[in-house]
Design a protein around this ligand. Structure first.
Ligand SMILES: NC(=O)c1ccc[n+]([C@@H]2O[C@H](COP(=O)([O-])OP(=O)(O)OC[C@H]3O[C@@H](n4cnc5c(N)ncnc54)[C@H](OP(=O)(O)O)[C@@H]3O)[C@@H](O)[C@H]2O)c1
Length: 145
């Protein structure tokens, strides 16, 4: 399960993680979280870091947009880890996005298509078909607002 939940979008993923842990699910979990400042806006920091340290949250990728001069967003982290994201997708990962609809979800969608294209060695059209197929299989699901 790959979860992209910057800002308030992290809330449902906290629930997903608790549910998976309670059920004893063993599949790997990867959370991309972003906010403006790590110091003040890292929601559920202790809980998420503890899950990461114990290995239940296999990957925790963080993007604090205003902690440095140049903004860093979750989609930058997705691109940085493109090869691994592609590997997870090929192994059947579900890709969930929650949060801002107007900019974030659009830009994450673009990054997802780019990763599929670059790391899958696909044309833009074939990458688009791959993402459509993921949606049909309910492996690409968004709750954006
Ligand atoms: N939080 C609230 O109380 C509240 C209330 C009413 C409505 N909303 C709406 O709910 C949605 C989500 O808001 P939110 O408070 O959860 O957080 P957000 O506004 O989505 O911000 C969360 C993080 O996403 C970053 N971001 C900005 N543009 C982005 C992009 N194109 N791609 C990826 N990340 C981007 C922000 O960076 P920068 O800000 O540094 O650019 C920030 O680090 C927004 O549409 C917001 O207008 C929120």
């Amino acid at each position: 399960m790959i979860m992209v939940g910057p800002g308030t979008g992290v809330a449902p993923f906290r629930g997903f993680l608790h549910e998976r842990r309670a059920r004893g699910d063993t599949g790997p979990n990867w959370l991309f979280f972003g906010e403006q400042h790590a110091e003040t806006d890292f929601y559920y920091r202790e809980e998420l870091q503890a899950m990461h340290q114990e290995g239940f949250l296999s990957q925790l990728s963080l993007a604090f947009s205003r902690d440095q001069e140049t903004k860093i967003y979750v989609q930058d982290r997705i691109r940085e880890h493109g090869a691994q994201v592609w590997k997870w997708l090929q192994e059947g990962a579900h890709f969930y996005v929650c949060g801002d609809a107007s900019r974030m979800a659009r830009d994450v969608d673009t990054a997802l298509r780019q990763v599929v294209q670059d790391h899958g060695g696909l044309s833009a059209d074939a990458a688009s078909d791959y993402v459509v197929q993921m949606s049909k299989e309910k492996r690409y699901v968004r709750d954006v607002y």
